[in-house]
Design a binder for this molecule. Structure first.
Ligand SMILES: [Zn+2]
Ligand SMILES: [Zn+2]
Length: 159
């Protein structure tokens, strides 16, 4: 990944700080298992993802044709700001991994369940906003389930 090509912009940088702070604060506040607050946590991720989708500049709308194009825009951002490394485990099956998650590191390893509803919501919002279609994102493996990465299954929803 061409890290050196990444161009910092103030609004994006601020959004990265807000995203990281929210992730860490939510995990600190609710502990590893947000329990009944799972949906609200997911919703906060979704809202910040919707804002991020508007900021990410490297993609003009007409050049974003599929989920892979969205990931190509999001992954360098995610890495540049130290939130984690995003890569396809299986592009055809739309299984996207995040490694070195800033919010999982040192916490939750082996909690026994997935602990990242925030990232689910955020990914879902960015993909939906960029493609203007309905998608559902679910975390299927997680640092919390002793996986080495968090793994997200992205599904297109026909409406
Ligand atoms: Zn996770
Ligand atoms: Zn993780």
């Amino acid at each position: 990944m061409a890290e050196q090509d990444f161009e910092e912009r103030a609004a994006e940088k601020e959004q990265a700080s807000i995203i990281k702070l929210s992730m860490q604060t939510l995990k600190m506040h609710y502990g590893l298992n947000p329990g009944k607050y799972r949906e609200p946590v997911r919703s906060i991720g979704y809202q910040l993802g919707s804002e991020l989708a508007k900021l990410l500049p490297q993609q003009e709308q007409d050049k974003v044709a599929d989920v892979d194009d969205v990931v190509k825009g999001l992954a360098p951002y995610w890495m540049h700001y130290g939130i984690g490394e995003m890569y396809w485990v299986d592009k055809a099956e739309m299984l996207l991994a995040i490694q070195f998650c800033s919010d999982c590191l040192g916490r939750g390893y082996g909690a026994g369940y997935t602990i990242c509803p925030f990232k689910e919501g955020l990914l879902e919002a960015v993909i939906k906003s960029k493609l203007r279609k309905n998608y559902h994102v679910e975390e299927v493996e997680c640092c919390g389930t002793q996986a080495t990465n968090c793994l997200f299954k992205i599904e297109s929803i026909l409406d």
